[in-house]
Design a protein around this ligand. Sequence first.
Ligand SMILES: [Zn+2]
Ligand SMILES: [Zn+2]
Length: 109
Amino acid sequence: MMLIPLAIACPQCGSYDVVYSCKPDCCFNHVCGKCYTTFEPFTTKAGELTGEIGPLPPDPDPTDPTAACARCGETRLFAIRDSVGPAPWLVCVSCKTLLTLELSEVSPG
Ligand SMILES: [Zn+2]
Ligand SMILES: [Zn+2]
């Protein structure tokens, strides 16, 4: 399994030029750098990871897109490379939960 940093596409224009503008202890407000749409990603538990987690990518920047694990609340989430698309699968490396990512509070800029 190959893990890659989280990339979240803007729900309005599809750009990956998305910046996380807040802190996990406040909220998960993200801003699109192209059209200034704001949204908050959240995760839903989709299963349990069995087997080994492969080598981890370096920890992302604080402004890189992120979300909280639906199970343990940690933000150490990575995407599974082969699942990238409109509904990427994520793994929480803290509790080994498989997650799906959805967006809420979408507010076009
Ligand atoms: Zn956008
Ligand atoms: Zn977790």
